[in-house]
Design a protein around this ligand. Sequence first.
Ligand code: DX5
Ligand code: ZN
Length: 236
Amino acid sequence: MAENVEPGSRPRQAVKLAASVLAADFALLEAQAREALAAGAAWLHVDVMDGHFVPNISMGPIAVRALRPLANETGAFLDVHLMIEEPDRYLEAFAEAGADILTVHVEAGRHLHRTVQAIKELGVRAGVALNPATPAAALAEILPDADLVLVMSVNPGFGGQSFIPASVHKLQQLRRMLDAAGSSAWLEVDGGIKPENAALVAAAWANVLVAGSAIFGGPHSIVENVAAFKSALGLA
Ligand code: DX5
Ligand code: ZN
């Protein structure tokens, strides 16, 4: 893995893998999530899609609730990515269901600062996400309040899409902005992440890598897929 010496001088947190259960077999959700965690994924990433903010419909609070006992047992975070319009309406439901982190899109509501405060008032960590066409600068004012920044490296809505290369520059920009703000927020990247580009995004200062199809899909087992990430990241 690349040396963690630039930018800024703050020590970097170890890179974590967040397994996106959107790509799991839903008839085997708990078992496959358990396998990914046992193999070395640190978090479970839950993609919530409403058919409005993104064209697809996926899962809601009941999926978070279903995974909560496994998260308690293993210490994994439930990293809930809300791809929904006006997310304020559902924050309480996801907090009650057991989310550890609630990430909302800057494009999805009118009052991001209010939404972030509302998440924190529920006792949950607050993340903010950017679509590929939204510049890093859109987060300038909210960065000091964010516990996590999520850079979408595909257009949200579907698993299995190709990584957008310009995301690398956006990660670098956001890492510099976080350092300048004195923030130790996680910098997460989501979409098209594979063992082949994991070191690239880690070298661009992402420290949480979301992967769905590269963990739960393809011809290899979940254990082999997670092992490929660990080896690519020098974690094996
Ligand atoms: C896309 C979701 C992603 C998705 C990633 O809208 O936010 O979390 O599950 O899937 P892969 O890793 O297959 O690109
Ligand atoms: Zn996601």
